[in-house]
Ligand binder design. Structure first.
Ligand SMILES: NS(=O)(=O)c1ccc(S(=O)(=O)NCc2cccs2)s1
Ligand SMILES: [Zn+2]
Length: 267
């Protein structure tokens, strides 16, 4: 079957054909209608806490759908806020658009940001690994960080420096200079949280989303580097009808929140 992607032929509006969950009622991303958000004292009473081991960022890979930094989960942990138990970091990656007026997956009161960073965690209190956790409603938690155009982001620059060596699908390389995921998070830790899904096929409805309110800055040049990734393998012809197979856009448009609760913590 033709591999899913982000073009007219294989993009988000075609995914439900091969991945029926993509048509579910607990899908992500969503538009954050800030007027709908309810503040919840139980969230305020259990501050979100994380611990990452920068030396455990192992490899960066071109998945064909973007770049992804795979992490050795050991030593990491995310607890508190809406979470029961302990979650461990599995990987982090990003979504962007063909120009900086769009590219984030979540929108806030209808406003898109230039990109969105996702730190993917799995419930190590209940499941053996990320793959198993992805099949359960409380299996995964993704920390989302909205990226807006501004100053060059020094921590993300360590990722950008590696992009030329993973220009084509399937290419991967060691991350030699440790990347600290904690340094990519905003200063203020206010967030929105709701129950959703993976934003790529198989779109498992197993994600507790935690989206920070404060955007983090990234430069236009850094966004341009993301768009230089190719969605096809070296030596193969370009399958996608994207301008010479460049991954210029890899965000899923928003889905309805429906009857789901949207909670917030912090102003
Ligand atoms: N945009 S997002 O944060 O929702 C992600 C996209 C892909 C993710 S994954 O690489 O963790 N695969 C998820 C898995 C599927 C099956 C076993 S695990 S998480
Ligand atoms: Zn993502």
């Amino acid at each position: 079957a033709a591999e899913w992607g982000y073009t007219k032929r294989n993009g988000p509006f075609t995914w439900a054909k091969n991945y029926p969950t993509a048509a579910g009622i607990r899908q992500s991303p969503v538009d954050i209608d800030t007027a709908l958000a309810t503040s919840d004292s139980s969230l305020e009473s259990k501050p979100l806490r994380w611990k990452y081991v920068p030396q455990n960022t192992r490899t960066i890979v071109n998945s064909g759908h973007g770049w992804r930094v795979d992490v050795d989960s050991e030593g990491s942990e995310l607890v508190g806020g809406p979470l029961e138990g302990t979650y461990k970091l599995q990987q982090f990656h990003c979504h962007w658009g063909s120009s900086s007026d769009k590219g984030s997956e979540h929108t806030v009161d209808g406003q898109s940001y230039a990109a969105e960073l996702h730190l993917v965690h799995w419930n190590s209190s209940k499941y053996a690994d990320c793959g198993e956790a992805a099949d359960y409603p409380d299996g995964l938690t993704v920390l989302g960080v909205l990226l807006k155009v501004g100053a060059k982001n020094p921590e993300l620059q360590k990722v950008i420096d590696l992009i030329p060596s993973i220009s084509h699908r399937g290419e991967k390389t060691e991350v030699k200079e440790a990347i600290d995921p904690a340094k990519m998070l905003p200063k203020t830790l206010s967030y929105w949280t709701y129950l959703g899904s993976l934003t790529v096929p198989p779109c498992n409805e197993s994600v507790t989303w935690i989206l920070f309110k404060e955007p983090v800055e990234v430069s236009e040049e850094q966004l341009a580097a993301f768009r230089s990734l190719r969605c096809y393998k070296r030596g193969e012809e370009c399958p996608c009808d994207e301008v010479d197979g460049l991954l210029i856009s890899n965000y899923r448009p928003t889905l309805p929140l429906g009857t789901r609760e949207l909670r917030e913590c912090g102003s």
